[in-house]
Write a protein of this length. Sequence first.
Length: 256
Amino acid sequence: MPPQARQEPGPIGPDGAETGRPSPAIAILVNGASSSGKSTFCRALQERLTQRADGNPAEAFARVAFDDVVLLMAERLYPISFVKLKGGDLSRLASREPHDGRAAWEYVDESEAEGQHGGSPRLRLVLNPHGRRLLSGVHRSWGAHLELGTHLIIDHFLQDADWSEEVWEVLRRAGARVFCVAVDCALPELERRESTRGDGELEGRPIGLARRSDELCHSHGLRYQVRVSTDRQSTAESVEAVVTALQRDGLLSRCT
C-alpha cells in the first residue's frame, strides 16, 4: 500500500538539532482519469506556487506528466487509431494493422469488463514493451529530480496498478514528501470534454478512454490528501483548496 503523505522536519544531527540541510523535496502527485482536467489544473497550480515562491529557487516547483512519455517516442510508432484521429499519414507508420505489436501503445476495447460505469465503448491504453520501458524511464527521471531537491507537480493517469506501484517506489527511494491530489469529474462532463479533444495534436483522445480510465485510476489504494472536482469547482478554487491543504500539512509556509 502506498504511504500517506507525511510532514518531515529538516534532517536531524547527532545532537537532535536540525542540521540546516534542505528538507526532502515535495512531490505533489495529481491523479485522475483522461479528460478530467488534470493538465489545466497542474499548470494553474504551478503558476500559483511560483507566485508564492516569488523567485526563491528553493520553493520552485517543476511540472512533469505521464504524457511526457509520448514525446520520447518516434512518430512512426504511434498507433493507427491515434494517427487516424489526428488525420495523419498512416503510410508512415510502423504498424501494418491495429494491434500488430509494432506501435508503442494501443487502445484496447474493454467494454465487456466489469466496472462502475459499464457501457461501451470503454478503452484502455496498453503499452508495448518499448513504451513500457520508456514510461519506467520517465518515472525514474522524476526520482532523480526529487533527489536533487527539485519539488515536482506530477500530472499522472495511474490507470494500471503496476504504474502506481512503480511511481510510489520511485517516490519512496527519492525520500520525497508526498502529497496526493485526486482529480474527479462527473462522467457526462468527462465524455463531453473527450469528444472535443481531437485538435490534431497530442491532446486527441479516442472516445471511451475517459469512461474506462475513470473506473481504473482511483482503484489502486491511493490515500488522497485532497480531492478536487473539476466539473463543480473552478480551476482557481481547486488550486486554492490544494494550497490550503499544503499549508495545513506543513508543506508550505502560511503566506500569500
